[in-house]
Design a protein around this ligand. Structure first.
Ligand code: DX5
Ligand code: ZN
Length: 218
């Protein structure tokens, strides 16, 4: 499994997003948290900012939609040029259609589960998914403590993915830092979102490399 690091700009200075992207040019993705104040109790940014970011960075955008009615909004992020668009199981009403629309627009289709949402009911959907995102905090805010109650689910998700052929990426998001990333990698995650651990560091690019090394040595 190739380790990939996706720094979350939720922990960056929202008035300096282009600089925040440039500061992690050694990352694999730039994680963009779209929050609507309804699905989660926080409001961040939407399509216009994503369109500007696409012009400001050569990093592919990993758009994580924490919004109600993602069936309505997700395809536009893919059409705009996001490399990956992730919708939540708890919010999508027609996930098969929406995941297919994301792929049809040329992006990778991501499917996210909150900490209390089981992975097993979605086994039949794996063929529609390029990346499974397991939240390791309750979504809404950066800088929260990692929930190790999710670790067994990471293991079970990895086993399901292997049974399915092993092509689907397994992303973890929330509280991923130097003291938690190895447990996630050991459980089977291969794409690591990190907000505070990257943008809270003095040198974000160095933090990316340190996280990458820790995950890769597992
Ligand atoms: C939380 C977001 C995360 C957040 C992670 O709802 O989905 O992407 O930015 O931030 P940290 O790494 O600080 O927990
Ligand atoms: Zn996120």
């Amino acid at each position: 499994m190739a380790v990939q690091i996706s720094p979350s700009i939720l922990s960056a200075d929202f008035a300096r997003l282009a600089e925040a992207a440039a500061a992690v040019s050694n990352a694999d993705w730039l994680h963009v948290d779209v929050m609507d104040n309804h699905f989660v109790p926080n409001l961040t940014l939407g399509l216009p900012v994503v369109e500007s970011l696409l012009k400001a960075t050569s990093l592919p955008l990993d758009c994580h939609l924490m919004i109600e009615d993602p069936d309505r909004w997700a395809p536009a992020y893919a059409e705009a040029g996001a490399g990956s668009v992730t919708v939540h199981a708890e919010a999508a009403k027609a996930p098969v259609r929406t995941l297919r629309q994301i792929r049809a627009a040329g992006a990778r289709a991501g499917f996210a589960l909150n900490p209390a949402t089981a992975v097993e009911p979605y086994e039949d959907l794996l063929g529609e998914i390029d990346m499974l995102l397991l939240m390791t905090v309750e979504p809404g805010f950066g800088g929260q403590r990692f929930l190790d109650v999710v670790l067994p689910k990471i293991r079970r998700a990895r086993a399901l993915i292997e049974r399915h052929g092993g092509q689907i990426w397994l992303q973890v998001d929330g509280g991923v830092a130097a003291d938690t990333i190895e447990r996630c990698a050991e459980a089977g995650a291969d794409v690591f979102v990190a907000g505070n651990a990257v943008y809270g560091a003095d040198e974000p690019a160095r933090a990316v490399e340190e996280l990458r090394k820790l995950a890769a040595k597992v």
